[in-house]
Design a protein around this ligand. Structure first.
Ligand SMILES: Cc1ncc(COP(=O)(O)O)c(C=O)c1O
Length: 421
């Protein structure tokens, strides 16, 4: 089945109404074409493509995003098709669909399908890299100091096992600027440095790192780079042909609004001879690195196909526009929070050093209680950060949010800071 045939199959399915009792929802209309200057009406139409009740404001994209109706419908339709006829003959088309998603991922990241591995999530992608590169005593890995455990702890644990060393580049607050980090890496690199690993956009306070410049610095010195894109994939209009990392990781269930337990690992063709696959089993992918690296046994192919649908959905809206909208809503939140006495914002005041992850300390309020009150009384969902390190609440708005969500949220935080929780 070629790509056009597959697209036709998907379209055919979507003509059939999704009317299974208990699983149907009123999706009023298909998403209209993106206007030249999208207004709140358009963004409300985008919001209508999600099954969250209208009164729920979710500001937690950095953790988990809902899937849009077309993604849910694709997943249901393909799963139903498979379960109605689980024969291998019927399931052959699912393999075509999986390869179609690989092509869509390659287009989305502006690389080739031969460089794409479809994994379970960013955690798996990061670990496939830290396990797959030959490193030994005397070798050194440089890390930015603020990473998810799947990046940071993973390197530290594997250093214990294989004998290499790991060195952190400090991450001061507030964000000291891109040049600071390029210089910090330049100074820290030694002849022993074999890998540089960093997070593109941190999940803690939303610091943006100069990934392209750091990758260039590393490349010029023959050092491999892993860019953890969990918080940039599906938020930014990421162009890996420009960034040129050796490895880039991401999850479908975050900013792409795709199905759960799907992810991506990009492996630059120049880096492919330098990494071992960790898992060998049946059912690998059909092209390039996926033929050796993606043999993970039987997979949830309907979910993999729905992953492609999520990428198509964002592409249809306009990827640069998705990024612009999320950044604009974040700036509106920053501006609103700045006016509330007692709020300390950890995220950079410079919009070019942040994106759509915003953390702040809400005066002396107990953040657990505040987050619970926001959710239970105001129907606003967000994340909390406990402990000593930049504690507080985290808001991460996405393209399904509206300015009304922002206004409601600012008013609620202001009210709780004035009255307590
Ligand atoms: C920067 C970063 N890397 C990796 C991950 C892990 O993502 P997943 O749980 O989808 O594997 C997260 C999750 O929040 C993250 O923020």
């Amino acid at each position: 089945m070629n790509r056009r045939d597959f697209a036709r199959l998907l379209a055919l399915g979507s003509a059939a109404p999704f009317l299974t009792p208990g699983t149907a929802w009123p999706r009023p209309v298909d998403l209209p074409p993106t206007p030249a200057s999208p207004d709140e009406r358009f963004w409300n139409a985008v919001r209508d493509q999600f099954v969250m009740p209208k009164e729920l404001t979710m500001l937690n994209a950095a953790n988990l995003c809902p899937s849009s109706a077309p993604v849910l419908e694709t997943m249901y339709r393909m799963t139903k098709d498979m379960d109605q006829d689980p024969s291998q003959d019927n399931r052959a088309k699912l393999g075509d669909g999986r390869e179609n998603t690989r092509k869509l991922l390659a287009e989305f990241l502006r690389v080739t399908p031969e460089e794409i591995v479809i994994t379970r999530n960013t955690s798996e992608s990061n670990n496939l890299v830290s396990t797959g590169i030959d490193l030994k005593a005397g070798d050194e890995v440089l890390l930015t100091a603020d990473n998810h455990p799947s990046n940071h702890t993973a390197w530290q644990q594997k250093a214990k096992r294989f004998g290499f060393t790991v060195k952190d580049i400090p991450v001061p607050n507030p964000h000291p600027g891109f040049e600071y980090y390029v210089e910090a890496f330049r100074k820290a690199i030694t002849p022993q440095t074999k890998v540089i690993s960093l997070t593109h956009l941190t999940s803690t306070v939303g610091d943006l790192f100069p990934a392209k410049e750091i990758c260039r610095l590393a490349r010029e010195r023959g050092i491999l780079t892993l860019v953890d894109g969990a918080q940039s994939f599906g938020l930014f209009d990421v162009d890996l042909s420009d960034m040129q990392p050796d490895f880039y990781s991401g999850s479908a269930h975050k900013w792409p609004c795709g199905p759960k337990e799907n992810g991506v690992l990009y492996i630059n063709k120049n880096a492919q001879p330098k990494i071992w696959a960790s898992i060998f089993s049946a059912y690998p992918g059909r092209v390039g690195i996926s033929k050796t690296f993606e043999g993970f046994g039987q997979r949830d192919e309907p979910a993999m196909i729905a992953f492609g649908e999520a990428l198509t959905f964002q592409t249809k809206i306009g990827r640069a526009l998705v990024e612009k909208r999320s950044r604009e809503l974040t700036t509106a939140l920053v501006e609103g929070l700045k006016k509330i006495d007692g709020v300390k914002i950890w995220t950079s005041p410079d919009a070019s050093r942040r994106a759509a992850v915003l953390s702040f300390q809400p005066g002396n309020l107990d953040v657990r209680k505040l987050s619970l009150a926001l959710y239970q009384k105001d129907k606003i969902g967000c994340a909390t950060r406990g402990g000593e390190d930049r504690p507080g609440l985290r808001f991460s708005p996405h393209f399904y949010n509206t300015h009304a969500d922002v206004d409601r949220t600012i008013a609620a935080v202001k009210r709780y800071i004035a009255t307590g929780v």
